[in-house]
Design a protein around this ligand. Structure first.
Ligand code: UD1
Length: 382
């Protein structure tokens, strides 16, 4: 509902912190830049800070450098959340925004949302309402709490609207707008197509599997991590499996002496085996995903990206907060049991690709819808 027309400038503080936030924020910033009445400030909490976990994404996505970096770094959940809150409060007192916009479900999302509402500044949450119904996941707690205190809840799929309504969120706060991460994918698909990463890694299209793994439930438990690596190693006797590895996971692999599951690349085309790499930038990873025979992952975002790319995805999880990727997309939940992973992967390798459906409004225009709704609600559309 439109309110009265306010002052010329509409100051919005936008928050990113961890790798999956960057591709969600990029199209929102680009859309805000098209509206001179919006003064968009970008705050990076510094939750992720490595070149490969942060800087590369700003380059690949051509995002403006953050206006402010809180440089919190890694710490326990409590310390990280508290540090972000403390430093973000100072930013808000200085910037005096009319709105704070947060994306996703990482610690930075919740910490900044909570800081804002405590100062009486309304929060917009992009990617609201997703629920795994598994409260042992740190992200599920971040989602529940962020949604409970947000004024604008922008959802990516219909199940999210149902979850929010069930939790008593008033319907007028909920806006089904589509998926900003898919805005970014569609925009960069051609550019990613020109990436030389397949040549660099010496693999051919449709001849390899691709893995990512970083959830605490999979990598922090030695038995589970070793079971998954064992399954991947067995599968790697059928085709090369490429594993760009999150720093959390690499640390565990080193500490638990599990490097024997991996193969050293030799000269020439990559042969069968499980290969460990540093984390990749956005464009190289998108290219690798698009050309993979099969993706195995515990990431939520990759379940969505493979759905749009039509690439079969095995989720090494018992649940998903993104059910549309299973009901309509290419995603299958397999958990972390060895036989289940191998059996399902072999089934996929032996079959032609199944048809899939692009979820509603995953059309590249989600950021535009979000900015329009905000302009209207903050009285910037006369
Ligand atoms: C975080 C998010 C998770 C998201 C993931 C994507 C939370 C609770 N978790 O998990 O939802 O899916 O990011 O990557 O917010 N590290 C580095 N360099 C970095 C960042 C992290 O080496 O730039 C290492 C540190 O050892 C750190 C560990 O990774 O302790 C974990 O980082 P953290 O941000 O706490 O959680 P993630 O597992 O990355």
């Amino acid at each position: 509902m439109a309110v009265s027309f306010k002052g010329a400038h509409f100051p919005i503080v936008n928050v990113v912190g961890a790798r999956p936030n960057f591709m969600k924020m990029a199209p929102l910033l680009a859309e805000m830049a098209r509206h001179p009445e919006i003064r968009a400030v970008l705050v990076h909490t510094g939750q992720h800070y490595d070149e490969a976990m942060s800087t590369l994404f700003f380059q690949d996505l051509e995002m403006p450098a953050p206006d402010i970096n809180l440089e919190v770094g890694s710490a326990s959940h409590a310390v990280q959340t508290a540090l972000i809150m403390q430093r973000f409060e100072t930013v808000l007192l200085e910037e005096k925004p009319e709105l704070v916009l947060v994306v996703g479900d990482v610690n930075s999302t919740l910490a900044c949302a909570l800081t804002s509402v405590k100062l009486g500044i309304p929060v917009a949450h992009v990617e609201a309402g997703l629920r795994s119904f598994d409260r042992s996941m740190p992200e599920e707690i971040n989602r529940l709490l962020t949604d409970a205190i947000s004024a604008y809840l922008f959802t990516t799929e219909k199940s999210a609207n149902e979850n929010l309504l069930r939790e008593g969120i008033p319907p007028e706060k909920i806006h089904f707008v589509g998926n900003v991460m898919i805005d970014t994918l569609l925009k960069h698909r051609d550019q990613a197509g020109r990436s030389q990463i397949l040549t660099q890694l010496r693999v051919r299209e449709q001849s390899y599997g691709l893995v990512t793994l970083h959830r605490p439930s999979n990598v922090d438990c030695p038995h589970t991590l070793e079971t998954i690596l064992g399954a991947l190693h067995a599968l790697a006797q059928r085709l090369p499996i490429l594993f760009p590895c999150h720093p959390r996971t690499r640390e565990k692999i080193g500490a638990l002496h599990l490097t024997h599951y991996f193969t050293h690349p030799t000269d020439g085309a990559l042969s069968r085996g499980l290969y460990l790499y540093e984390p990749l930038g956005y464009l190289d990873f998108l290219k690798l995903m698009a050309e993979a025979k099969l993706v195995l992952t515990d990431s939520g975002g990759i379940q969505e990206e493979t759905t749009i790319l039509g690439v079969p995805c095995l989720s090494l999880r018992e649940n998903t907060e993104r059910p549309v990727t299973v009901t309509g997309g290419t995603n299958t939940l397999v958990g972390a049991a060895r036989e289940q992973i191998i059996a399902k992967a072999l089934e996929i390798l032996s079959q032609p690709r199944l048809p899939y459906r692009v979820p509603d409004l995953w059309d590249g225009h989600a950021a535009k819808r979000i900015v329009q709704i905000l302009l209207r609600n903050f009285g910037r559309v006369p």
